[in-house]
Design a protein around this ligand. Structure first.
Ligand SMILES: NC(=O)C1=CN([C@@H]2O[C@H](COP(=O)(O)OP(=O)(O)OC[C@H]3O[C@@H](n4cnc5c(N)ncnc54)[C@H](OP(=O)(O)O)[C@@H]3O)[C@@H](O)[C@H]2O)[C@@H](O)CC1
Ligand SMILES: Nc1ncnc2c1ncn2[C@@H]1O[C@H](COP(=O)(O)OP(=O)(O)OP(=O)(O)O)[C@@H](O)[C@H]1O
Length: 333
């Protein structure tokens, strides 16, 4: 193990250090142990279900996305947050997408404001009530919508709200990295295509796709050590100082919308992780890494369970049906 790695490890809590020592010392055979150890950190952030709480205390999540072309993506993200355990899930979308999204689910609170002339003010009104924000699922790439998303991210940073940036939100970050650069409660969740675009925009040279671990570390560092999840056969999760991989068994099924399940559930887990950290329950661990690992393993477990039932016909809706039992298996057993 290199000196730099040891130096980084010395700053970590005993629990966290043991996790990484095990990983480095035992090599690939320790992946299972590593997964178990991080899963136990995820378990520690899950708020207990008690009769002492009122509606809203376990999470109020906002999704910025949903336009004429894409209504499924914000729905998948918002309903996933609810199914993981959020109390309220809000979608801020364009006017023509709103009725469609409402018709999918009476559980969601849908605001048809994203293309209104005072969109930022309309959304800002809700920010004090929101615990975290997911920006991008089904947002589209229209200039005015991206400008609104940018201003909402700026306002969320001022309020110190965790912000997950996915899909078209990553298109925005590729054009203007400074919108989220260095924000420690920000998490980016690119697929390989989105990652490559962002990498090349930041580094002004083609990426070496043969060494993804190095590339994710480099991109996170260039983004001010923001947490980054490169999705793929293995999900690579980093905050620029270390890489955790999540390879919970999924399936060969790659239907659209799985990334929305991931970002929606990560929105809630990021809130739980930062709240646990602020309460001293998650010491010396980057809460964003714990949230990211939790959401990746959950998504993949849902994929595996849905595939066992539906095989080739598995869709994201089938995966969403599995959230309850997958979560229980991973984090409550
Ligand atoms: N039901 C709905 O409403 C859904 C709506 N959605 C929403 O759609 C919007 C656009 O999102 P997007 O990801 O489709 O757009 P974009 O970045 O142009 O990528 C497309 C190109 O990238 C490539 N590609 C993708 N993955 C790759 C990989 N791993 N490795 C390599 N290449 C890869 C692929 O290339 P191809 O294979 O076609 O050559 C493809 O051409 C966004 O708002 C999102 O939220 C989705 O959430 C789905 C469900
Ligand atoms: N080759 C793979 N093997 C196993 N799991 C994968 C693979 N590729 C992606 N995944 C899982 O699927 C989830 C979504 O990743 P994906 O690459 O489909 O995102 P996306 O393209 O952004 O999705 P969306 O269709 O919602 O836009 C991730 O949690 C990841 O773990």
């Amino acid at each position: 193990m290199t000196r730099t790695v040891w130096t980084q490890l010395s700053a970590l809590s005993r629990t966290y250090r043991l996790v990484f020592e095990r990983y480095y010392n035992l090599g690939s055979t320790s992946q299972r142990g590593m997964d178990d150890d991080i899963a136990s950190l995820v378990r520690s952030i899950v708020p207990p279900l008690t009769s002492k709480k009122h509606k809203g205390q376990d999470g109020r999540i906002g999704i910025i996305g949903g336009c004429q072309d894409y209504t499924g993506a914000p729905y998948f993200a918002a309903i996933s947050a609810l199914k993981v355990g959020a109390d309220l899930s809000h979608v801020f979308c364009t006017k023509d997408a709103a009725t469609v999204i409402k018709s999918y689910s009476p559980e969601l609170i849908v605001h048809p404001v994203l293309d209104s002339p005072n969109a930022v003010e309309e959304i800002e009104k809700w920010l004090p009530r929101l615990h975290s924000l997911v920006v991008g699922p089904g947002l589209g790439r229209e200039e005015s919508l991206l400008k609104t998303a940018k201003e909402v991210i700026e306002k969320s940073k001022v309020r110190d709200i965790p912000v997950i940036v996915d899909a078209d939100g990553l298109w925005l970050v590729t054009q203007q990295p400074s919108v989220i650069q260095g924000y420690q409660k920000g998490i980016l969740t690119p697929n390989f295509m989105e990652f490559t675009r962002l990498y090349e925009a930041l580094h002004h040279e083609p990426m070496d796709s043969g060494d993804r671990q190095r590339s994710v570390m480099q991109l996170s560092a260039a983004m001010g050590n923001i947490t980054l999840v490169l999705k793929g056969e293995q999900d690579l999760i980093t905050d620029g100082s270390r890489v955790i991989s999540c390879s919970t068994e999924g399936s060969g099924r790659r239907c659209g919308g799985q990334g929305d399940l991931l970002s929606g559930s990560m929105g809630l887990l990021a809130h739980w992780a930062h709240a646990a950290s602020a309460a001293g329950k998650l010491k010396s661990v980057n809460p964003s890494l714990v949230a990211a690992f939790g959401a990746c393993s959950l998504t993949r477990q849902c994929n595996s369970q849905a595939f066992q039932r539906h095989g080739r016909s598995t869709t994201t809706s089938d995966m969403i049906h599995e959230i309850g039992s997958a979560f229980k298996k991973l984090f409550e057993s």
